[in-house]
Design a protein around this ligand. Structure first.
Ligand code: PLP
Length: 411
């Protein structure tokens, strides 16, 4: 019988069941829209978890991938990769960094950052400094080391001893951070905006405090901008609003616009221990990835692009605030920055994502009972209005189902 490889209810999937997948599959995308195998159209405010930063099938990205596909896919890092040199140069020109290592994923970018921080101290004559201070609610990936850095018990359970070298402190608790610093501490690692943890924005004051602590104790400051970076906040990198710069930064998700890639950026000083042979990757920075990465940069660095993101973000935030006023029984709080927004729900967050799905809109759950809204950065005002309409309808449906009335119903 044909088609037995599909995950229909009668035949079990051949995929390792690590994901609780919804029963929808998409076959085509265009901008902020996705079309499923039945032809239904969905408004995509999840962007494949902040990955499709320029929406689906962006013509410039498609053209770059096609052109590169006909020339050269992979050569390995045994040889020069001119497009990689160019992309690294562009990232350096627009950031604090002097040097870039390309990876295939966020976790690998973090692994590079962690190894680099340890090696920096070893190269400085302090191999005993290897521990990294991290924060509750953090998410840094699913490798053994990045899981230990994230410190979430539910993800560590059953996988043997936790990788040593990570000391977790409460979110934005300056005193606890200071206490956690010992002669063995190498670095502080933080997401300027926690994504998976529930769209929790680290206040500028706090980032400044971390920079000061690092300078005072000779530690490296590492920012995980895998989710909040690459234009999502209206700045190319989320920390740029604060004026605080890290020594090392991990990027991924939006950097490839859907092509799997990541990067670890660093100052020359922080990267000083990473000499030839000290780290590597087979696929990282290959010609296909670099062609698409440069195409993403072409769009994001074009005059007006980041201003457009900021303008749309402001509009979206205002309309979300009004939505919250209309539905206080469903929406407890609006949080976030730029186009990385979170709705903290007054009901289980899964009920709102399910109601949105019924209304053919995609959003992504997060910790702290939050629903993440991560639209592609190319959205316009009419798509924001469409999203607000669908959010409104979903909130109303939930109020009806639960016998709640919206406070704004008589206004
Ligand atoms: C997604 C994410 C990662 C891990 O990225 P992968 O590509 O899944 O390995 C790391 N840090 C943050 C902040 C993320 O959002």
């Amino acid at each position: 019988m044909a088609g037995t490889n599909s995950a229909s209810s009668s035949s079990p999937s051949a995929l390792l069941p690590t994901f609780a997948r919804l029963d929808i599959g998409f076959e085509r995308g265009e901008g902020a829209w996705l079309f499923d195998t039945k032809g239904d159209r969905y408004l995509d405010f999840g962007s494949g978890i902040a990955v499709n930063a320029l929406g689906h099938a962006h013509p410039h990205l498609v053209a770059a991938l096609k052109a590169q596909a006909e020339k050269l896919w992979h050569t390995s890092n045994l040889y020069q990769i001119p497009d990689g040199e160019r992309l690294a140069q562009r990232l350096v020109e627009h950031s604090f960094a002097d040097t870039v290592f390309f990876t295939n994923s966020g976790a690998e970018a973090l692994e590079c950052a962690i190894k680099m921080a340890r090696k920096y101290h070893a190269a400085s004559g302090h191999p005993e400094k290897f521990r990294i201070v991290t924060f509750e609610g953090a998410f840094h990936g699913r490798t053994l080391a990045t899981l230990a850095a994230g410190g979430q018990q539910k993800y560590l359970e059953g996988f043997g001893p936790k990788v040593d070298g990570f000391d977790q402190v409460p979110f934005a608790d300056h005193e606890a951070i200071e206490k956690a610093i010992t002669p063995e501490t190498a670095a502080i690692l933080i997401e300027p905006i926690q994504g998976e943890g529930g769209v929790r924005v680290v206040p500028t004051q706090c980032l400044r405090g971390l920079r000061a602590l690092c300078d005072q104790h000779g530690l490296l400051l590492i920012f995980d901008e895998v989710q909040c970076g690459m234009g999502r906040t209206g700045h190319l990198f989320a920390h740029q609003r604060s004026g605080v710069t890290p020594d090392i930064m991990a990027l991924a998700k939006g950097i490839g616009g859907g092509f799997p890639m990541g990067a670890c950026l660093a100052t020359r000083e922080a990267g000083k221990g990473m000499t030839a042979g000290s780290h590597g990757t087979t696929f990282g920075g290959n010609p296909l990835a670099m062609a698409v990465g440069n195409a993403v940069m072409d769009v994001m660095l074009a005059p007006g692009f980041l201003d457009h993101v900021s303008a749309m973000a402001l509009l979206f935030k205002q309309k979300l605030a009004a939505l919250k006023d209309r539905h206080p029984r469903v929406i407890a709080e609006i949080r976030g920055e730029g186009l990385l927004m979170g709705i903290k729900t007054a009901i289980p967050n899964t009920e709102l994502t399910a109601a949105l799905l019924k209304g053919k809109m995609l959003a992504v759950g997060a910790g702290d009972n939050v629903v993440r809204l991560l639209p592609p950065l190319i959205i316009d005002e009419s798509l924001i209005d469409e999203a607000i309409r669908r959010l409104d309808a979903a909130a109303m449906r939930l109020e009806h189902e639960r016998g709640l009335s919206g406070a704004g119903s008589t206004a």
